[in-house]
Design a protein around this ligand. Structure first.
Ligand SMILES: Nc1ncnc2c1ncn2[C@@H]1O[C@H](COP(=O)(O)OP(=O)(O)OP(=O)(O)O)[C@@H](O)[C@H]1O
Length: 356
């Protein structure tokens, strides 16, 4: 995906001004409530009159106000899922998914149903679906139209959606299996880190930072989002395995594995994602032995940043997996937690909660 943006859109209190080039297959858009995220998505979708400048997606000019070209929304090949994505209440889930697909046009209906695991829900009506299930149907409807880019606007209300209801594991599949590029508004740093290759931070309509997710989603993002969302999470994705001597482990890229709560329903080989709150991880500068926590790992501190008064976040690299650990600033000083320090982390199995 290559997306060139140079746009200006006057809003009620400020002008949205975004000039950047994005090349990643997945881009997280973050910023406080009211910073212009939805407006940006609507400009890309072609739904906002009054936007000036240029939008070029994969070499196709979608907007060029100087040349007076403005491709209408239905010809932009954008799969837009707004915050309040409404399903047609009188249509089944399947009819909703098929709704936007024009006869003779490329379609990804079957793939969308498969990836979003909608087969058991196809005959149901929206009124009988849970919030997370409705989100999956709305996402499938967008994916089914074979978009060049998915535009996903996470409602703030999604913060209240129960952990198992999160659509994140499905978005990972859309990214890796359907391989449709996406621009994804999220309020969760942990989600953005695991999903996005690039990130764009908006502050009062201005780009505060844009670039590789690993660089952008650190201190700047945390400072900007302070007070939004509750607590930071580590999101780990991998494949489940069941060693001979019992238990259930998540094997991640790079070979690191994590013991997770066992459940007979979970088959080895299944892809899964887990959330571990940054505040639930124990950090030690001594090798940890004789602790009851089943997950004990050794890694290197990458950086330490302030989260709030008296509270810091240490990023620790363990075999290529980056963990964020929250600890008090007093502990950081007393223990000497500085970049380059070797530390051990302990995570109780029960602190690992499965998404979906
Ligand atoms: N059609 C419009 N005309 C003028 N101003 C608008 C319009 N729509 C939104 N705004 C204003 O522009 C600002 C950005 O709104 P926008 O919805 O893009 O923010 P957001 O970052 O998506 O917020 P949230 O996270 O709450 O969804 C807000 O101050 C809003 O009141």
């Amino acid at each position: 995906m290559s997306l060139e943006l140079d746009i200006r859109l006057p809003l009620a209190r400020f002008t949205l001004e975004v000039g950047t080039r994005l090349d990643g297959a997945s881009v997280a858009v973050m910023g406080r409530s009211g910073s212009g995220k939805t407006s940006l998505l609507e400009v890309l979708a072609g739904l906002r009159r009054g936007a000036r400048g240029r939008v070029v997606l994969d070499g196709r000019v979608l907007l060029d106000s100087v040349a007076r070209s403005d491709v209408p929304p239905e010809q932009r090949r954008m799969g837009y899922v707004p915050q309040d994505a409404l399903l047609f209440p009188h249509l089944t889930a399947e009819q909703n998914v098929r709704y936007g697909v024009r006869p003779g046009r490329a379609s990804r209906v079957d793939e969308a149903v498969e990836i979003l695991e909608l087969a058991p829900l196809l005959r149901r009506y929206p009124a009988t679906l849970s919030g997370g299930e409705k989100q999956r149907v709305a996402l499938a409807r967008a994916l089914a139209t074979d978009p060049a880019l998915l535009l996903l606007d996470e409602p703030l209300a999604a913060l209240d959606v129960a952990l198992k209801e999160r659509v994140l594991p499905y978005l990972l599949r859309v990214r890796d299996e359907a391989r449709v590029p996406m621009l994804y508004v999220t309020h969760q740093l942990g989600e953005a880190r695991v999903l996005a290759r690039e990130a764009l931070l908006l502050d009062q309509g201005q780009v505060r930072a844009a670039g590789p997710a690993a660089e952008v989603l650190g201190a700047a993002a945390r400072g900007l989002l302070a007070g939004e969302g509750d607590g930071e999470e580590n999101i780990l994705e991998g494949v489940l395995e069941r060693p001979d001597d019992g238990g259930l482990r998540l094997r991640m890229q790079g070979g690191l594995s994590l013991w997770v709560p066992d459940s007979p329903a979970l088959a080895p080989g299944t892809r899964a994602a887990y959330a571990v709150p940054a505040a639930d991880i124990l950090l030690s500068i001594q090798p940890l032995t004789g602790v009851s926590a089943r997950n004990v790992m050794t890694g290197t501190v990458v950086n330490v940043e302030s989260v709030a008064t008296g509270e810091d976040a240490a990023t620790v690299d363990v075999a290529g997996v980056r963990w964020v650990v929250w600890l008090t600033s007093a502990s950081v000083r007393e223990l000497g937690v500085v970049p380059g320090a070797r530390v051990s982390l302990a995570v109780k199995t029960s602190a690992c909660r499965r998404l979906r």
